[in-house]
Design a protein around this ligand. Sequence first.
Ligand code: P6P
Length: 336
Amino acid sequence: MSRQTSLTQYLIEQQREHGHIPQELRLLIEVVARACKRIAIAVNKGALGGVLGTAGSENVQGEVQKKLDIIANEVLIEANEWGGHLAAMASEEMDSIYVVPNRYPQGEYLLLFDPLDGSSNIDVNVSIGTIFSVLRKVGHSRGVSEEDFLQPGKQQAAAGYCVYGPQSMLVLTVGDGVAMFTLDRETGSWVLTQDEVKIPDDTKEFAINMSNMRHWAPPVTRYIDECLAGSTGPRAKDFNMRWVASMVADVHRILTRGGVFLYPWDQREPDKPGKLRLMYEANPMAFLIEQAGGAAVNGSERIMDLHPTKLHERVAVALGSKNEVERIAAYHRETA
Ligand code: P6P
């Protein structure tokens, strides 16, 4: 059997070679990875575990919560609150931040997560995932507030996701490239299966929910029309389309073979900049995409430069193969 590199070994070697993964951050990532393993087991049980269906409640976004949304959230909170690596956590499923209880030591990191993204796919057995982002707590007093979380994405110390699909895979960056780990269910280990992930600069594959076409702004309509025109249009090449309606699955495909993903502003909710959340969906995914050589914008601006004003604020997203994202940004700037 070929020699396998575990997540722990990868992180220790990164720490040794590059020095910028402090012990506390390494330990935090390992705790999150263990929590994702538990979520993977619960997801994999499906109906056999009594975890399908709705929980009869709504989250802060006003979305119906699935039982697995709540289970995943609880697993992440319980796994991370006692270790001493964190000061507080924020989740798509919780209105306000969760400050580490006084009975536990407080650490210097802040953890944000969407515990189960794409949960509308749970009951139809389509890939879903957990998205997480790690920030450093500014200041060293024990107090921590929502304002401590409101940092631009470029301040992230680490980011990643776990996709629960045909394989369960953990995809991670600590600011020195992107690595992919596959869950070995026999040993319970995350095994390094791809290092130095790179997204091709060009692509022939776009991902967008086409049913919203009549609601888009002109730059998005122009870009997608050109993709649809294919070899008969200005792009002079044919495109393919994918839409999983699970951001983790769409982003994983792009990290694996290139592509471009869009969830743009649309006029259905004109007062909202977009559907996806900046702090625990767009920022971590943007970090991963940029670390793999791609780009991520809200239209005309780099997502990781945006200064958040609210914990659950939304943002428009276009991310993936660099040359496609730069074309989308150019179309937005032309109409600004
Ligand atoms: P729509 C899942 O609910 C999610 O937040 C993302 O994972 C996904 O990309 C998007 O919404 C799908 O939205 O409008 O196509 O159902």
